[in-house]
Design a protein. Structure first.
Length: 437
């Protein structure tokens, strides 16, 4: 409790030192100035070293005893989940953007590919992550069509190469917003009561989908108001079609007070809310999948403070069960719920150095007492800016998980196993180089 109070105190201190920003990502990523070139290549790479002091799980009882001596998946480096320490090219993206001036300066495009090793490329070595065109003909209703980021949370929309201060996303965003398609599993064994057996059939969505979005922003003095409404497939991003014909509807509203600057790192205070709703086909039935959240971003001069709350209903991913790579199936809470939040801040105490601090909680499977788990992570971060295009980010994550209702887990051997696995979760250290061009 004392450590959490200290963390909260530091974050409040960061906030009180000065007011601060959030960016209109709808504008930054979806639009180009009318005088922009026809073809502007860009890209970035992020080689990343991750270290987890992965101690094998011991003390498991009953049928789970076969997993004694193995590492749980949370202590392994994704997406391959083979070792607890690894140097890999986490992201390697190359793309182009511009205005189709030979046709009209009111049409622009955005194209981006991914060749790094992460959830998006878990099934394919190279993926197209963005391929969209924006039509700016109707005042107040710009139209964007293709594959691009859904207008959801701040972590989902942020440009990681210019504005994301950490190496890894929060557990909340990774679990609730990075969607992996699932299907019923026929593997032997039974899932815990309240959960369904599943197999993962795609890589991660990267917060993206194929669809059509209406959006725009309006400025009045220092104030800016923006909206977005997107109709999308709710499919894996490597599939252009829609296998079940159902569509997701995602809505986002944002209000900003701009202190100064422009682009991805302007100074402003923003508040936003959003909602995504749709259905997923699983077996012979359809299940609601709802995600919604609200948050703020506050940046001015050398200070930053932000926070967000997200809740999800339906299609809650539970990972392998038990949480080992050799487990026969994954589990999903078809009608379960989850929620989480984070609060984070940063201080650019020197032109080349920044301190960052983030505290997050993610409460999963809240409708099932025996399956509920509460994840808590505190991240200490340090960034060194070599030049305008290159920086180094170092993070230390204090990670823990609580079995919310141990008394609800029966028999006693299962309860002991759940507690042993929770106690085995280790901290994570990561160092990442970002070079953009």
């Amino acid at each position: 409790m004392k450590s959490r109070l200290m963390i909260a105190g530091v974050l409040v201190a960061l906030a009180c030192t000065n007011p601060a920003q959030a960016t209109n990502w709808l504008q930054v990523q979806g639009n180009e100035p009318a005088n922009a070139p026809l073809f502007k290549p860009f890209g970035f790479i992020q080689p990343t070293f991750t270290f987890i002091d992965d101690n094998p799980v011991t003390g498991l009882q009953g049928a789970a005893a076969i997993y004694n001596g193995q590492d749980q998946v949370a202590n392994l480096v994704g997406p391959d989940l083979e070792v607890g320490s690894k140097l890999q090219l986490n992201r390697a993206r190359l793309g182009a953007r511009g205005v189709l001036s030979p046709i009209s300066n009111k049409i622009n495009y955005f194209f981006l590919t991914e060749a790094g090793r992460n959830a998006v490329t878990a099934e394919h070595d190279v993926m197209i992550t963005d391929a969209s065109m924006t039509f700016n003909f109707i005042p107040g209703a710009r139209l964007r069509a293709g594959l691009f980021k859904l207008p959801t949370g701040e972590e989902a929309l942020v440009a990681v190469h210019t504005s994301y201060p950490y190496v890894y996303f929060t557990s909340m965003s990774e679990n609730l917003l990075v969607e992996r398609q699932v299907a019923p599993s026929t593997a032997p064994g039974a899932a815990p009561a309240g959960l369904a057996k599943a197999e993962v059939t795609s890589g991660g969505s990267g917060f993206r989908d194929v669809g059509v979005q209406l959006y725009d922003w309006f400025n009045t003095g220092p104030w800016e108001f923006s909206y977005a409404a997107m109709l999308s497939n709710g499919e894996s991003i490597d599939r252009l079609g829609d296998s079940d014909g159902n569509k997701d509807l995602t809505l986002r509203l944002q209000s900003s007070y701009i202190f100064g600057g422009k682009g991805p790192n302007r100074d402003d205070l923003s508040v936003y809310l959003w909602r995504q709703g749709g259905e997923r086909h699983f077996g012979a039935q359809y299940y609601d999948r709802v995600r919604e959240g609200a948050g703020f971003m506050f940046r001015k001069d050398v200070y930053r403070l932000s926070g967000e709350y997200i809740q999800g209903e339906g299609m809650i991913a539970g990972g392998p069960n038990p949480p080992f790579t050799t487990a026969p199936f994954n589990v999903v809470g078809l009608e379960d719920k989850a929620h989480g939040w984070y609060l984070e801040g940063g201080w650019r105490f020197h032109p080349k150095w920044e301190l960052d601090l983030r505290h997050e909680r993610y409460d999963r499977m809240t409708e099932s007492a025996a399956n509920e788990r509460e994840f808590t992570t505190t991240t200490l971060g340090l960034q060194y800016f070599i030049n305008a295009d290159t920086r180094v980010t170092a993070n230390y994550e204090f990670r823990s998980v609580d079995v919310s209702n141990p008394a609800a887990i029966t028999p006693a051997a299962n309860r002991a196993n759940a507690l042993a696995i929770a106690d085995n979760l280790d901290d994570r250290v990561s160092v990442q180089l970002t070079w953009k061009f």
